[in-house]
Design a protein around this ligand. Structure first.
Ligand SMILES: [Ca+2]
Ligand SMILES: [Ca+2]
Ligand SMILES: [Ca+2]
Ligand SMILES: [Ca+2]
Length: 315
């Protein structure tokens, strides 16, 4: 009898032990699962490392890249690190409505668009969409100037895979005939490329020249059927204002190439004269006391500039 009771106890013990063992096993598996999930989260964090977009480093207004308005190929960006900001700048003129658009947003991209003026005042911002949604900021310019657009992720800590997006600035237009004007801007004396030149056409298109002097005006609106002329303007402090008529006389012409040469006007008096050459000379040979004149000598100023100015005076 006693033996039978012991056998029964052992059997119950084995059964309970078996179940307990499975409970421990389950707990063990659960622990492993937790550990693995922790490992996975670290792994996925590492996997989030993606190549930065080609406009980096552009995390502040000072490093903003130039964006072409109405560009057929929108700029492709991403958020490759936490707190990434992508800044662009454009030249806007009063009375024109601009659409600043984040399109093709990746499924982890929740973009915020912010618009600033030259003095760091925030003019407008928009954040209507969530992850994977596009954004659009519509703004009518009231004062002709350079403006800045900052794109950031709504969640500062979000970055990596699927945070890509495309950025474009458009001027809404009726479907008529269009052509593009592209070219390069150089110093008339030294032939050095000139960047940051503000370009405008009589048809309200604008551009800013790139560091290599290239500029691009997209979708110049051509209204007439056969022949039309436009004026293109280029301005930069320290140079004589430039303007030139451009003729569009071919309906099938899609691209007009137009090279621009700017002439130095060191003291901003609107003419090139001996005073420009004297200021340049004083700056180059480091003579001090030019007086309280308002002037600007470019970084690459050299003796060739002075000779060029003197030559233009004797012609
Ligand atoms: Ca970026
Ligand atoms: Ca950036
Ligand atoms: Ca958003
Ligand atoms: Ca001058």
């Amino acid at each position: 009898m006693k033996r039978r009771i012991i056998n029964q106890l052992v059997m119950y013990g084995l059964i309970i032990g078996f179940y307990l063992k499975n409970i421990f096993l389950l707990f063990f598996i659960f622990e492993i699962g937790l550990a693995n999930s922790a490992d996975y989260s670290i792994k996925s964090k590492n996997d989030q490392i993606i190549t930065e977009d080609k406009y980096e480093e552009d995390d502040s207004k000072e490093f903003a890249s130039i964006i072409t308005i109405n560009d057929k190929n929108p700029q492709k960006h991403n958020f490759h690190k936490a707190q990434d900001e992508d800044w662009v700048k454009f030249y806007a003129i009063s009375g024109i409505e601009y659409q600043i658009c984040v399109i093709n947003a990746g499924k982890n991209c929740n973009a915020v668009i912010e618009l600033f003026d030259l003095d760091d005042n925030k003019i407008k911002s928009v954040n209507k969409g969530l992850n994977g949604d596009n954004e659009e900021l519509v703004w009518k310019c009231e004062k002709k100037d350079i403006y800045y657009v900052k794109i950031k992720h709504y969640d500062n800590d979000q970055y990596g895979i699927n945070t890509e997006y495309s950025l474009e600035i458009m001027i809404p237009k009726a479907p008529v005939f269009f052509c593009d004007i592209i070219g390069n801007i150089k110093d008339s004396c030294t032939e050095y490329p000139i960047d940051e030149v503000k370009i405008e056409t009589s048809a309200s298109q604008t551009a800013i020249s790139q560091p290599n002097g290239d500029y691009s005006i997209q979708f110049l609106e051509v209204k007439s059927e056969s022949y039309e002329s436009y004026t293109i303007y280029a301005t930069k402090k320290g140079y004589i204002d430039y303007s030139k008529q451009i003729f569009v006389n071919d309906r099938n012409l899609e691209i007009i190439k137009h090279q621009i040469y700017l002439k130095k006007d060191i003291n901003f008096n609107g003419i090139i004269d001996l005073s420009d050459a004297i200021i340049l000379l004083q700056e180059i040979v480091k003579l001090n006391d030019i007086g309280k004149q308002d002037y600007h000598v470019h970084n690459n100023a050299c003796i060739a500039d002075i000779i060029c100015i003197l030559n233009s005076l004797v012609k």
